[in-house]
Design a protein around this ligand. Structure first.
Ligand code: FE
Length: 369
């Protein structure tokens, strides 16, 4: 048996976990830069909780709340400049994937010089500042991965920075911050988590342990399906989604993602489609292409969901996601060309040809001729 497993992040989950882990947080430094978006951390109480912990411990902090969705390179350099200027020695990231990913890049750039042209290299001469991650959506799994995904205008897509130094030091998981999330965001993020688990199983880098975590994640996510579709999630179910998305994060930390993520990035970059939604729209047709060559792989994923056919799977996804977006024929050509250049395309056990990628887009979206 071949197996490797590395997950250095300390993960704590539970009720009021932020205040319960005050000493762990305080041990990381003397002055915190809190990285977050403009609104959600204030609205869901997470920012208040962390500020109270820092004040009780008589620690200094400042807040950088300028992270937009799909953060840009400018944004992370700006956050890092602020951290340097103010002498912050650790970073606390609160939010969904965007603030959590930006926080990793800021922690890296605040700890030493990285030229813009070297930002995506994955090789850095120094360690990032210590990091606390507090997810306020259940989907990205960024709190337990070594990836920071940024908008890369030069490549007209989203590009991932990957470095084993970018695992957060501590992840604090409390589902109470998710109680006010809209039905739409809850669905899109849950579908992203599902996509991580499923793509992880279809990755050439999967192993027995990542598969075990992926199957568990898929089972838990499926058990929440009805409540997701109805928009009636209890705190307990929010906790299940958060736990499952963390598991799926550990999966992709080992396996990476595959064609679905690579293809979805164009829908987000050009059409502003939510990341999880973009993946969800493409999954069924991607599974179909994989099934032609390796039916047992898809059977295993469907089995964990208690489904027997891809038709059933597609119906469920349609119920969650509704009508797909439209793209033009020219856009179809452009997105296919961009996806072909993405490094994760070859990360799949079944590698899709250019024609097959185009076919997945065609089947998943409405094409305007
Ligand atoms: Fe994702």
């Amino acid at each position: 048996m071949n197996m490797n497993f590395y997950m250095p992040t300390k993960v704590f989950m539970g009720e009021d976990i932020v205040s319960k882990k005050a000493s762990e947080i305080a041990a990381l430094g003397t002055k915190a830069l809190i990285v977050t978006g403009r609104h959600s951390a204030k609205a869901n109480g997470s920012l208040q909780d962390i500020c109270k912990v820092l004040e009780d411990k008589q620690m200094k902090y400042l807040v950088y709340d300028q992270v937009m969705s799909n953060p840009t390179i400018d944004c992370v350099y700006e956050g890092a400049e602020l951290a340097k200027r103010e002498g912050a020695d650790f970073v606390i990231s609160i939010g969904g994937g965007s603030p959590m990913d930006a926080g990793k890049a800021i922690a890296l750039l605040a700890a030493g010089e990285v030229r813009r042209e070297d930002l995506f290299s994955g090789n850095y001469p120094h360690q990032p500042l210590p990091m606390v991650h507090i997810p306020t959506t259940a989907g990205t799994g960024s709190e337990v991965t070594q990836y920071a995904i940024l908008t890369n205008d030069a490549a007209k897509t989203k590009t991932s920075i990957a470095s084993s130094t970018l695992f957060p030091t501590i992840a604090l998981l409390d589902p109470k911050y998710m109680m006010g999330l809209s039905k739409r965001t809850t669905i899109h993020t849950a579908v992203d988590a599902f996509s991580h688990a499923a793509e992880g199983m279809l990755s050439v880098r999967s192993n027995v342990m990542s598969d075990a975590l992926a199957l568990e994640s898929i089972k838990i996510l499926s058990s929440c399906y009805s409540s997701l579709a109805n928009g009636t999630l209890s705190l307990e179910e929010r906790g299940k989604l958060l736990y499952a998305s963390m598991l799926a994060g550990v999966v992709i930390a080992h396996t990476g993602t595959t064609a679905v993520h690579s293809m979805g990035y164009s829908l987000t970059y050009f059409k502003d489609v939510d990341h999880g939604r973009a993946n969800g729209l493409l999954l069924g047709s991607f599974f179909e292409s994989v099934q032609r060559e390796r039916p047992e792989l898809i059977e295993r994923i469907l089995g964990a969901m208690n489904l027997t056919s891809l038709k059933e799977f597609n119906q469920k996804m349609e119920e969650l996601l509704g009508e797909p977006e439209q793209i033009t024929k020219a856009e179809l050509e452009e997105y296919t060309a961009i996806a072909m250049k993405a490094k994760n395309i070859v990360n799949s056990k079944v590698i899709l040809s250019e024609e097959e990628i185009k076919e997945v887009y065609q089947k998943s979206l409405r094409i305007m001729y």
